[in-house]
Design a protein around this ligand. Structure first.
Ligand code: FES
Ligand code: FES
Length: 155
């Protein structure tokens, strides 16, 4: 079937097979930031925003997103001009291998739309679906706390 979707602001018409997963369709069409870690809804590396909500693209049928809007990391910053979330994580040295970064950044984007006042423990709980095997989360949580503070201050 053909699906018509908006990906990072651009309209796409893609042919998808019944049962094909969104993660595979996105990657096949060049959105390689969407990473397949577990493929079983456990790690969060495949997180994208679907109509503004964070979803695990390894658990969503591509056919079900017809008419919807998707945002991936490719739609955020560029190498020359990082998105503020990317810049905050970079400034905090929040990643080591970086494999978890695309999913965590997209999940953070959704979180910042909903919440600007959370303790470090609450931030950890909110993002507990995004696993990082390298860092222990400390600098990631600090970076998110800093982003929330800036948002509260209207920066
Ligand atoms: S690849 Fe989707 S949650 Fe791990
Ligand atoms: S930085 Fe390596 S998995 Fe998170």
């Amino acid at each position: 079937m053909e699906i018509r979707i908006i990906v990072n602001g651009a309209e796409k018409r893609w042919n998808v097979e019944p049962g094909e997963l969104l993660i595979d369709v996105l990657r096949d069409n060049g959105y390689k930031s969407v990473k397949k870690g577990c493929g079983s809804a456990d790690c969060g590396t495949c997180t994208v925003l679907l109509d503004g909500r964070a979803v695990l693209s390894c658990s969503v049928f591509a056919a079900s997103v017809d008419g919807k809007s998707i945002e991936t990391l490719e739609g955020l910053g560029s190498e020359q001009q990082l998105h503020p979330i990317q810049q905050a994580f970079l400034d905090a040295s929040a990643f080591q291998c970086g494999f978890c970064a695309p999913g965590l950044i997209m999940a953070t984007k959704e979180l910042l739309e909903k919440e600007t006042v959370l303790t470090e423990d609450q931030i950890k709980r909110e993002l507990s679906g995004n696993l990082c095997r390298c860092t222990g989360y400390e600098n990631q949580v600090k970076a998110i706390g800093g982003l929330m503070e800036k948002k509260r201050e209207g920066k």
